[in-house]
Design a protein around this ligand. Structure first.
Ligand code: FEO
Length: 404
């Protein structure tokens, strides 16, 4: 793609990665982009770079606007590999530019590059640089989602450059929310926001709330939110902020996700009458089989619903490996405000359901006990028990949901 002007003299100069599906283990069925931005002012300023194997893309896009040698400032909002690892390629073309970065960003970046070869200035919240007609203000956002992370606010243009926050993994020929909604749909865009939040930002809800409050306290007026992935919010920037606020406050659908795996279809057979019991209480229920579903999608489905039932056969007295993997992944994301329970089949000793509850407790999630275990294969009577188990769980989810 060529550079795209997002406001007068401010350009998207990033790269679209149509082919990526595995993003450091996170499934991205829609691909992604690595967004970075060029501000044409008296001091030409680049905000972020791109993933190293897309350096040529951004260099080409920058060169379409200006000779990169004229870049005076390079702001690094986030040092993760997908945004900062082509910095050396940029600096080779603009060796006299100054890098602006947070203190923690500098410490991290030293592990990637020899910074002594460049001019590097550290900045903190409230610091500004004037680049001509424009003032750029920095806002540290530590652990959103790395310690180094920060936003850059272009005051006069009312653009907030937010690195990963408010982003989505979407490869598209369109750059803006209104364009994307025209060619795809708002539902798809929202789903991508939820997917991103659930898989990357779930642990940081409290910080997100605090940072949104700080943005408001600082009086930032925002016309455009320009993240480092996916679609730029120029039509409804407030929409994504509200979505983040809702998610950080624990908003979820009044529904249940059944997330399971199965060896000989016994646990799978349990999931159907359980879902019917949930449905009988008026709740929507989505069934997710782990080995048929990317982990990131299973995490998203967990996150979207107020309640989740985890189904696992017992293998060698413990959880089935794919279910254990899911729960380990989930524990790292520190989920909150979700009601959980477990069920599963076993041959002789059992153990999977017990382990699932131990995991829930480790995560601090509220479990509905007891779980449901069935030996070998569910009988007709067992299916009835599954139905009642689903019904009871749904009732408790409805009650729990009232608290939000
Ligand atoms: Fe898109 Fe945290 O990197």
């Amino acid at each position: 793609m060529k550079a795209v002007e997002i406001k007068k003299d401010i350009y998207w100069v990033g790269a679209v990665d149509w082919a990526v599906r595995d993003f450091h283990g996170y499934e991205v069925p829609r691909g992604t982009t690595y967004n970075n931005y060029l501000i044409m002012d008296e001091e030409i300023t680049l905000i972020d770079t791109v993933k190293y194997d897309f350096a040529e893309h951004t260099i080409k896009n920058i060169t379409g606007v200006v000779d990169p040698a004229r870049i005076k400032n390079v702001i690094i909002n986030h040092i993760e590999n997908d945004h900062a690892t082509s910095l050396d390629r940029i600096m080779a073309l603009a060796p006299n530019s100054t890098i602006y970065i947070s203190e923690k960003g500098k410490k991290g970046l030293e592990r990637f590059f020899d910074l002594s070869q460049w001019t590097v200035k550290t900045v903190k919240t409230g610091d500004t640089i004037t680049i001509g007609q424009r003032t750029l203000e920095f806002l540290e956002t530590p652990m959103l989602h790395w310690p180094d992370s920060m936003f850059t606010y272009a005051r006069e243009d009312k653009i907030l450059f937010t690195q990963d926050a408010f982003g989505q993994h979407i490869a598209s020929s369109t750059r803006f929310d209104d364009e994307y909604v025209d060619c795809a749909s708002m539902a798809e865009l929202e789903d991508s926001v939820i997917d991103y939040y659930a898989n990357i930002l779930m642990p940081f809800g409290q910080m997100i709330k605090a940072k949104i409050a700080e943005i408001q306290t600082r009086g930032y007026e925002i016309d455009v939110i320009a993240p480092d992935h996916g679609i730029i919010w120029r039509n409804e920037p407030q929409k994504v902020v509200e979505m983040y606020q809702d998610m950080a406050n624990g908003k979820a659908r009044l529904s249940v996700a059944i997330i399971y795996d199965t060896m000989w279809q016994s646990t799978e057979r349990m999931s159907v009458p359980i879902s019917e019991g949930i449905k009988a209480e008026g709740l929507d229920c989505r069934i997710v089989k782990l080995r048929a579903t990317p982990m990131s999608v299973a995490i998203k489905e967990f996150w979207k619903s107020r309640g989740a039932l985890i189904g696992s056969p017992t293998l060698n007295n413990i959880l089935y490996p794919s279910v254990a993997e899911f729960l380990t992944h989930l524990r790292g994301l520190r989920p909150k405000n979700r009601l959980v329970g477990a069920f599963g089949s076993y041959g002789w000793g059992g153990g999977a359901v017990k382990e699932a509850y131990e995991e829930f407790k480790r995560m601090g999630l509220q479990p509905v006990e007891p779980g449901l275990q069935i030996p070998y294969r569910p009988s007709r009577a067992d299916e009835e028990a599954c139905f009642e188990f689903g019904r009871n769980f749904a009732r408790q989810v409805i009650e729990y949901h009232r608290g939000f």
